[in-house]
Design a protein around this ligand. Structure first.
Ligand SMILES: Nc1ncnc2c1ncn2[C@@H]1O[C@H](COP(=O)(O)OP(=O)(O)OP(=O)(O)O)[C@@H](O)[C@H]1O
Length: 392
């Protein structure tokens, strides 16, 4: 089954409504029973809803999953992407989608534009993309977790990034301007600069080095440790050589148990990179943890702004427990065939198995395909269509 972005323009208001119903149902059902989809969508006549479901399944926005207890559907990443895009489109944050400019381990980055043609960056968080690839250990981990865990965790990651970016921007840190956030996505300004890792020579390595060390200290003096301060997350303007920090997935408070370790790692990372790439070593060994003087409380502010300590803990736990498992097991378990029945864990055995596995594989394929980049050159058309389509 190939995902066809052209088909999106044929999605009706009712299709959108049903897609939203599947999303709502996934809040407490790993596999949303068809009857529940009918109920939530509030559309009269089950056959109409079934038609919508099959339209959505055809373009990979939902995937059929059959388990021992009931038939149902799950929202795919593709489905969640379309819902987020539809929201951005309605809010006029995004009008068209252009090229993909980055594929991170856990995110996809696209250049997008609004109606005026102003270019921006859309970052789609995709936590669980790797763990989702049928690793048994991860399935076990996710089995008893919040349903639609990948969706929930990706949303948390987007919420976190948006909350931090907002606070940092408001406090004059060099970060992209956060423009909008919906579900697992954020929209920010496009920084026309090169990642440090792509830069082979600098007019003055010592100047940039000093700026970066100063930034690490400034973060800390405001109560924050970046935690992943490296050549991938720093863009450098060609003319001014001013740095912009684009990504802060590990950012924590200076009161965090590992704050000192993260701080020292950030410093070392820059030191090592400058030595290797630019053959530059600074005269002094600092900055040191003991140099940090707290003058601000951005860590406290960010919590108040909507990304709670509880959410931070949940995300941290996920990152700690799932991410290392994926790295270790990805290759070995790739044929496990993993995620269709985690809802009940009982569908393994007897007659159900053969049929269930077939369905599982099918839905798995659908999910895999839905995860393929789905917005490229056709993106503008897609968004044109989205702009004219209302969910209700
Ligand atoms: N606002 C932006 N402006 C310009 N380019 C950007 C912007 N945000 C991201 N990019 C580009 O996309 C790439 C990936 O972005 P980012 O580091 O945020 O993703 P990621 O998924 O966290 O990556 P990884 O996990 O691999 O470090 C960057 O290296 C950069 O080239």
């Amino acid at each position: 089954m190939k995902l066809d972005t052209h088909a999106i323009r044929y999605l009706t208001g009712e299709d959108w409504r049903v897609l939203t119903a599947v999303e709502m149902g996934s809040k407490n059902h790993e596999v949303v029973p068809t009857t529940l989809i009918v109920q939530i969508s509030g559309l009269r006549g089950g056959s109409g809803v079934n038609k919508c479901i099959s339209n959505l399944a055809k373009v990979g926005l939902v995937a059929r999953v059959k388990n021992a207890k009931y038939d149902g559907y799950r929202l795919t990443y593709g489905g969640l992407d379309y819902l987020a895009l539809n929201t951005f489109s309605k809010r006029k944050s995004v009008y068209s989608v252009g090229n993909q400019i980055g594929v991170g381990k856990e995110s996809d980055i696209y250049v997008v534009a609004d109606e005026t043609g102003a270019r921006k960056v859309l970052k789609i968080h995709r936590l669980g993309r790797i763990s989702f690839r049928t690793v048994k250990a991860n399935r076990d981990y996710l089995r008893n977790r919040h349903s639609g865990s990948w969706m929930y965790m990706s949303r948390l990651a987007a919420l976190k990034e948006y909350a931090f970016m907002k606070i940092l921007h408001e406090n004059n840190f060099p970060v992209p301007v956060p423009l909008d956030q919906a579900r697992h996505c954020i929209v920010m300004t496009l920084i026309e600069a090169f990642p440090l890792r792509q830069i082979s020579t600098l007019t003055s390595p010592s100047t940039l080095y000093a700026k970066l060390m100063e930034l690490i200290l400034r973060f800390a003096s405001q109560g924050l440790i970046h935690g992943d301060f490296n050549e991938f997350n720093i863009l450098v303007h060609e003319d001014t050589q001013e740095p912009v920090i684009i990504d802060f997935p590990q950012m924590v408070s200076v009161d965090h148990a590992n704050a000192k370790e993260y701080f020292e790692r950030d410093v070392k990372c820059i030191k090592d990179f400058f030595k290797k790439r630019f053959r530059y070593t600074a005269d002094d060994d600092g900055p040191f943890w003991g140099d940090v003087r707290r003058v601000g409380k951005l860590d406290v502010l960010v919590e108040a702004s909507g990304f709670s300590k509880k959410q931070a803990k949940e995300l941290e736990k996920y990152m700690k427990e799932v991410a290392p498992l994926t790295d270790d097991n990805e290759a070995g378990d790739a044929t496990e065939g993993g995620e269709g029945t985690e809802d009940d864990g009982e569908g393994e055995g007897g007659e159900e198995e053969e049929e269930g596995d077939g369905e599982e594989e099918e839905s798995e394929r659908a999910i895999e395909e839905a995860r393929e980049p789905m917005i490229g050159e056709d993106g503008k058309e897609l968004l044109d269509a989205l702009g004219n389509t209302r969910i209700s």
